[in-house]
Ligand binder design. Structure first.
Ligand SMILES: [Zn+2]
Length: 323
């Protein structure tokens, strides 16, 4: 009887142990084959508590809780009616930007981030948001997106990335090198479909021939139709160079001089009027906010959105200061 009992126990043990062992081996191989990009970090038990130095418009630098700061950034940088996964992607990009400033010194040299969107990142406090007609539900939705991604930052080769973003690409994002002259492997042109309903997807601007010359600071002879020469384009369908009146301008120069929404534009002349149609809004490098919203509406989560706009980057959880 004793032997039969032992055999039964042995059979039960083998019945559990052998499939367990096989499963363990399978998991081991699966882990090994998993792509490195955007891998899920280990489950965390420690709470994430990051802070950020905020440079206010009056020049005061204040230390703030990172996620409280990010709630204000997302409220200011992205419409709260956007999909939650797009808001999460925005929160991760903004957190990465702030962490990078903290680690490298940032644009202000002291690790702080200011609240000017043309310099660092825009910020609107929940109180200001309510005063301007926003709702508590919006604030809660944005806060949840920030807290759901708490600690998450994007890295490339172990370094925090330049997590740049903009409003709308017009269909395709731009190479960083085309705009800033520096190449980043994760900031290269990519398709950005579904933005057609975005504000400023395309815009037409008209100049008289006089206003056009004034904007460029030149006096051109002949008919406007004869001023326009050869055009070259960037990988992101932006204007790389354009010849006007025999002078070669970069797309970036023309965008600034003519006050265009982006470097993706066409110029035509009709009845001596110069007509410029621009596509997208912003520098068009990195994550398109309207594109992120379109991806989220089509079912992508924030990880997929981030790996689309910042290819090859890894999502990591930054646990503490200096982490
Ligand atoms: Zn700044």
């Amino acid at each position: 009887m004793k032997k039969a009992w032992q055999e039964t126990l042995y059979a039960i043990w083998m019945g559990m142990a052998v499939p367990g062992l096989i499963l363990a081996i399978l998991v081991m191989f699966w882990e090994k084959d998993k792509p490195e990009s955007n891998t899920e970090p280990e489950t965390l038990t420690a709470p994430v508590s990051l802070s950020v130095l905020v440079l206010w418009p009056d020049g005061v630098v204040e230390q703030m809780d990172m996620d409280a700061y990010l709630t204000g950034v997302v409220l200011a940088e992205m419409p709260a009616f956007f999909e939650s996964e797009a808001l999460k992607a925005q929160a991760v990009a903004a957190r990465t930007y702030a962490r990078k400033a903290s680690v490298t010194g940032g644009k202000h040299g002291d690790g702080s981030v200011c609240t000017d969107y043309t310099c660092c990142q825009a910020y609107q406090s929940p109180e200001e948001y309510l005063e301007k007609g926003g709702t508590r539900d919006d604030i809660q939705k944005v806060r949840s997106a920030v807290l759901d991604t708490t600690g998450y930052v994007l890295t490339y080769n172990g370094e925090l990335i330049e997590a740049v973003y903009f409003s709308c690409s017009g269909g395709k994002t731009e190479d960083a090198v085309a705009v800033w002259g520096t190449d980043y492997p994760y900031l290269r042109s990519t398709d950005s479909p579904g933005e057609e309903n975005a504000a400023h997807y395309s815009e037409t601007k008209r100049f008289t021939s006089e206003a056009f010359q004034e904007a460029l600071g030149v006096a051109l002879a002949g008919e406007p139709a004869q001023w326009l020469g050869e055009v070259t384009y960037t990988a992101g369908d932006g204007v790389d160079t354009m010849e006007i009146g025999g002078v070669k301008y970069s797309g970036v120069e023309l965008r600034a001089a003519l006050g265009l929404r982006s470097t993706a534009f066409t110029i035509t002349v009709q009845d001596n009027e110069i007509r410029i149609v621009t596509y997208g809004y912003g520098h068009r490098v990195g994550m398109s906010q309207y594109g992120a919203d379109a991806m989220a509406a089509a079912g992508s989560d924030f990880r997929q959105i981030l790996s689309h706009y910042y290819p090859g980057t890894v999502l990591e959880k930054c646990l503490q200061e200096g982490g």
